[in-house]
Design a protein around this ligand. Structure first.
Ligand SMILES: C[S@@+](CC[C@H](N)C(=O)[O-])C[C@H]1O[C@@H](n2cnc3c(N)ncnc32)[C@H](O)[C@@H]1O
Length: 502
């Protein structure tokens, strides 16, 4: 059934600012209490329409009109005016008007509305009245002001031993993460693997470390500092988040006011539970602010048996490990996955990605060291431009050509047996159907057998369900099933048999 107020609002919006202001507002102002109460949708429509149109002097007149409505005897009209003001007015003017109202408001409901409107313009004056507003609104206003003041997660601050870390990521990459940890010179003697699960490697810090140290690993998706494991109970969760230990950690690791976003991972929005926990945390630890927008930290609640693992995760955008990715293509590889493929390729001096896209595999392999020649081909000019920008940002020099991969060895002057490694995430035909996909992959295997040196490796993503078969001259020695973001692939490694030319 149609809501008459919503219908009226829609109709009024369609009128355009001249008729709205010249006719409807004039009639509203001249109308009696009952008429005005029935036309409250006009206040909303004016807010929206004048946020998008009208010149500065008209908007000033609208702000004056809305400010007048803040004193209307009708509570609904006052509320609508509060919501409309931040859309139209200059921030300082709106803040002053709403802060003035906040001080005088008696009812809880109206206080909530004024708080909601103030949170949209949160500045110094809003902060001054924050404590007369309901706690949730006060927290929003403080978070807004803190967001504006800026801040960052500190990657170079020492974290003492004893902390448990969950490295989470794509299912199937756990083995790569573990071997990265165990092979890391930076983490040797300071971090040990203590467990894991699907998409999870659990570490314990046996020595001091920094977040930056852990970010030297490239195959995990997110770094989570475990604050504790508790019953599924808001009070218990809030207790852990507001505890002295958690605060000590988050405070030391943040420049500025720590703001966090709370999420029940894999359980949908759960807004009610999130709001309840955030309010309790704020009551216990007012310095720690819940903020759904651009928070520096995430507090992830992961299901752990019947309990919840409470985990603190830095929200670093862009991920500092992959900040060379200045340009992207729609089918770009998940960078930790590309890093795992690069790791699997092992040592070699020359590497080619026949379907290089934005060049993630090439950069990841080059970063591991020992590579002298980097080759990339792609049919798409846009992808090639992305690869050029990314390789340049990563400080990697390469020969990149816009051509069919079958043509590339000739164009780039690669002789038979002249390449050590091919690492590639080929088109899978999911987004853009490719009629001759199987034939194309057959050509890739054949070409790999030609251009790779004896013992050279081809690392590729092979979709589960419609697996592509290799070439008699290649021997598969690794096949690891991995979540490719909603579907499974195998990361496979093929080695050229020494006897291939016999
Ligand atoms: C899955 S994407 C590769 C993504 C890449 N690894 C990245 O991270 O950006 C596959 C790429 O293969 C390219 N491609 C498709 N057919 C090709 C062909 N015959 N020769 C060369 N490139 C081709 C597409 O343009 C696309 O950029």
């Amino acid at each position: 059934m149609k809501n008459p107020a919503t219908e009226m609002y829609r109709e009024l919006r369609e009128l355009g600012w001249e008729r709205l202001w010249g006719e409807e507002v004039a009639r509203f102002d001249a109308g009696g209490a009952e008429y005005r109460a029935g036309r409250v949708a006009l206040v909303r429509a004016v807010g929206v329409v004048f946020s998008e149109s009208g010149c500065a002097s008209q908007r000033e007149a609208v702000v004056e009109w809305l400010r007048g409505l803040l004193e209307d005897p009708n509570e609904r009209i006052r509320r609508y005016a509060m919501a409309a003001l931040p859309k139209v007015g200059e921030r300082a003017v709106v803040e002053r008007a709403l802060a003035g109202v906040a001080r005088g408001v008696a009812g809880e409901r109206e206080r909530r509305h004024v708080g909601k409107a103030l949170a949209k313009v949160a500045g110094r004056r809003a902060l001054e009245v924050a404590d007369v507003l309901p706690a949730a609104m006060a927290q929003k206003i403080k978070a807004g002001a803190a967001r504006e003041a800026g801040g960052r997660v500190l990657l170079d601050v020492d974290i003492p031993a004893g902390v448990r870390i969950h490295l989470r990521g794509r299912r199937g990459l756990e083995g790569f993460v573990r071997s990265e940890v165990e092979g890391s010179r930076l983490l040797r003697g300071r971090m040990r693997v203590v467990g894991g699960g699907s998409g999870l490697v659990a570490l314990e810090a046996v020595g001091g470390f920094t977040l930056g140290d852990v970010f030297s690993l490239r195959c995990f998706g997110s770094l989570n500092l475990v604050l504790g494991e508790v019953a599924r109970d808001s009070e218990a969760v809030a207790g852990v988040i507001a505890s002295g230990r958690a605060w000590g950690m988050v405070h030391a690791l943040t420049e500025g006011v720590p703001r966090y976003r709370l999420e029940f991972v894999g359980e949908g929005h759960r807004r009610g539970a999130v709001a309840e926990i955030a309010e309790r945390v704020h009551a216990l630890r007012p310095e720690m602010l819940n903020d759904a927008r651009l928070a520096l930290w995430a507090l992830d609640l992961h299901s752990a048996g019947g309990r919840l693992s409470v985990e603190l995760r830095p929200r670093l955008v862009p991920d500092p490990r992959f900040s060379y990715r200045l340009a992207d293509v729609p089918a770009a590889s998940h960078p930790p996955l590309a890093a795992a493929m690069a790791l699997l390729a092992g040592r070699g001096e020359s590497v080619w990605d026949p379907f290089c896209g934005s060049g993630v595999e090439l950069v990841e392999r080059a970063r591991l060291g020992g590579v002298r020649r980097v080759y990339g081909s792609d049919l798409s000019g846009e992808a090639l431009r992305a690869a050029e920008a990314n390789l340049k940002a990563a400080g990697v020099k390469g020969v990149l050509r816009c051509c069919d991969f079958r043509e590339f060895p000739r164009i780039a002057g690669i002789r038979a047996g002249g390449v050590d490694q091919i690492i590639t995430n080929p088109p899978l035909g999911r987004r853009v159907p490719i009629p001759d996909l199987k034939e194309m992959i057959g050509d890739l295997f054949a070409l790999a057998a030609e251009v790779l040196r004896p013992g050279g490796v081809l690392v590729l993503a092979n979709p589960v369900g419609s697996e592509w078969r290799g070439d008699a001259r290649l021997r598969r020695d690794v096949s690891q099933r991995v979540d490719f973001g909603g579907f499974d692939c195998r990361i496979e490694r093929y080695r050229v048999r020494p006897s291939r030319r016999a």
